[in-house]
Design a protein around this ligand. Sequence first.
Ligand code: ATP
Length: 234
Amino acid sequence: MLRVNGLNVFYGNIHALRDISFNVEEGEVVTLIGANGAGKTTTLHSISGLTPSKSGEIQFLQKSLKGVSPNQIVQLGLGQVPEGRRIFANLTVLENLEMGAYIRKDKQQVKADYENVFARFPRLKERLKQIAGTLSGGEQQMLAIGRTLMSRPKLMLMDEPSMGLAPLLVKEIFEIIKEINRGGTTILLVEQNAHMALSIAHRAYVLETGKIVLEGPAKELAQNEQVRKAYLGG
Ligand code: ATP
């Protein structure tokens, strides 16, 4: 579904991504784990067309994304849940969800998708008129996911959904991610919380200072000595 081949990204002199190659197949949850500054967000932003690359190729559904605008990329079925709580803080919950659906013309299906989002996130349904900036951290994360679901992505890119959340909420969010995947959405998940990410992913890649240093089935990487020492607290 997604193929990234030999991707290089620079910020001025900083070589943020060094020849990154990986792939995501339909139906998978793939995770990219790595420490602060490893290049996880940069990878997602390159795929969504927000950060330009110096070289390399990104293909989505066998189509090159070179020169395709971020908007068109969303239209092709690639939705990104941004890092942290990047919702529209001054808009209501409902308005945020409407923003997610704005590119869609299949109005009947959009209606059904609202119901799906409400079923998945009952707390959002209770707060449709609430200003999004006043939601709790966990609720904002749910809203960010719900908003992306409203664009009906085939592939959902998720940037550190666990960030800043209490352990119980992290568990809840990861359960939701698993369910979304079971519902047929392919997921590329970027995480510092390697433990949780490896527990729900099918395959994983380890990113260190802009390079992929390890890859394999998530279950195997969770047992890998190097990964356990560096990312799983021994
Ligand atoms: P974190 O988990 O801390 O968000 P990350 O793995 O997502 O980290 P990136 O945000 O992709 O890492 O950053 C990769 C590297 O690129 C870092 O060294 C960072 O300082 C640098 N970088 C990121 N964005 C910019 C920018 N706009 N200008 C200059 N350097 C940047």
